[in-house]
Design a protein around this ligand. Structure first.
Ligand SMILES: [Zn+2]
Length: 469
């Protein structure tokens, strides 16, 4: 990428290649599978904002467009995009610009507002922003039965190219189905001007694929969610390479910046390919979803997705190290079955934590779907006991050791202590129990729960002087 324009047209090539000054990264897509390619054009490089009109014309000839942004992203790129469109004679409607303060949440009410603008016409939306704006427009475009174009303004999340949008609806954070944008334009001049904490958040969101990968290994190992090798390669093959220069990223060097952006893009594409978030989201995202639903704020502003995920990634790693500090001899199937709640008790545990709320209802549904009968649990625990050493080495091999992950985060200026995002050690450790209830997606949290160790792990991590300092 280094100063060049990276242009990908999936219809024309099967190989995604990027060359930076010192590394060459190649990801080969499965050419047999055409249907997943929702994003047809991806353009990244300096000055690429000017290409928005031609990309639009290519995909949507003769259709009017509307720029959707918030005050901040309007200033960063929206105004320029709108001006370029006008200068090129593309019919545009009055832009829809959300207030920049307080910071926009990905609340469903904003999706409804965009839908209202799109109703009864064939306007194509152009989202100009990062995570929130893109998610809102992605879902609204889907509900209004049309595609859209995305202009990225920060390297802060992997959601630009992903299938699905993270939306808060009735107080519940959920990934709502919707296709990725048909085209993405990422002007690196714009991305680099974004405030550095957004880039640090992007680094953390990329680092979260380390724990997401470990969680998938566990789920694959016990046979509940087999690894898709194509999606796995897209994210995991070069992941450590993309993450290996946190200090240089903080210092503002171009190459690490471009690697993080490439990594986040590949992560989004892997979700697009599989049409679910499994390749890019594991236990660490469940922690962050809990804090998102609790409207975690610092100094009156929402804590960024990446920073919440950072603490979740540290916790996923701490939990794995705590679980795998045990030997197979510590696993006791009878004890695990005795500790495993029957369904009525489980429902009560969820209600006790979340009350009589839509969140509680959603969690009850998710937990019901993964609730095991005693015989099935017994079989699973016996399998774990017999194969413990293999699972341990496979899982720990994928993870950074906690201390190393922590050093990387510090070098990139990513939070490593709960207080940095207005949490406490007690609250973070207690989230282990809530996060396990969040979703029917097998992670290290479920492993701890099924072994009957989740409460002990929470207490051990809380007492330890290694973690979250
Ligand atoms: Zn994320």
């Amino acid at each position: 990428m280094n100063g060049q324009i990276l242009l990908l047209k999936y219809g024309a090539i099967d190989s995604l290649k990027s060359r930076t000054a010192s590394v060459s990264i190649t990801v080969t897509m499965n050419s047999q599978e055409e249907s997943w390619k929702e994003t047809k054009t991806f353009i990244s490089g300096p000055g690429t904002l000017a290409r928005v009109p031609s990309v639009l014309r290519e995909h949507f000839p003769e259709v009017p467009v509307i720029v959707i942004a918030d005050d901040n992203t309007w200033e960063a790129a929206g105004e320029k995009v709108d001006a370029c469109l006008n200068a090129e004679g593309v019919a545009t409607l009055e832009p829809l610009v959300f207030p920049g303060k307080p910071i926009l949440h990905s609340d469903y009410e904003h999706v409804a507002k965009i839908n209202k603008t799109l109703q009864g016409n064939d306007i194509i939306p152009v989202s100009v922003g990062s995570g929130t704006i893109n998610d809102l427009v992605k879902r609204a475009a889907f509900e209004s039965e049309r595609r859209y174009l995305c202009v990225a303004t920060a390297v802060s999340v992997d959601g630009y190219s992903s299938f699905g949008a993270a939306i808060l609806r009735d107080g519940v954070k959920m990934t709502m189905d919707c296709p990725a944008p048909v085209a993405i334009v990422a002007d690196t001049d714009v991305l680099k001007r974004a405030p550095y904490p957004m880039t640090a958040a992007g680094y953390a969101d990329l680092a979260s694929k380390i724990t997401a990968g470990a969680d998938w290994i566990v789920a694959d190992f016990i046979g509940v969610d087999p690894i898709d090798t194509e999606a796995w390669k897209m994210v995991q093959k070069d992941l450590r390479l993309w993450l290996n220069s946190p200090a240089e990223l903080k210092a503002g060097e171009s190459e690490p910046f471009e690697k993080v952006f490439l990594g986040l893009t590949m992560s989004g594409l892997s979700m697009q390919y599989l049409r679910k978030s499994r390749p890019a989201s594991g236990s660490e995202h469940l922690f962050s979803h809990i804090w998102e639903m609790e409207n975690l704020e610092k100094n009156g502003e929402p804590v960024s997705h990446g920073f919440k995920v950072a603490i979740g990634t540290l916790m996923g790693t701490a939990l794995a190290e705590t679980i795998f500090a045990h030997d197979a001899a510590d696993i006791d199937a009878d004890e695990a079955v005795a500790k495993y709640p029957d369904w009525a008790t489980r429902e009560k545990q969820i209600r006790d934590r979340f009350g009589d709320t839509p969140i509680s209802k959603s969690m009850t549904d998710e937990c019901r779907a993964k609730h095991l009968a005693p015989t099935d649990l017994s079989i699973r625990i016996a399998f774990l006991k017999d194969n413990w050493d293999a699972l341990r080495s496979k899982t720990l091999e994928r993870l950074y050791p906690y201390a190393e992950l922590c050093d990387r985060f510090k070098a990139a200026d990513v939070p490593v202590r709960p207080e940095q995002i207005n949490l406490t050690r007690e609250r973070v450790c207690d989230t282990i129990v809530s996060a396990q209830m969040m979703r029917n997606r097998y992670t290290i949290l479920d492993l701890a729960f099924e072994l009957g160790w989740i409460e002990d792990c929470r207490n051990e991590i809380l007492k330890s002087d290694l973690y979250l300092y």
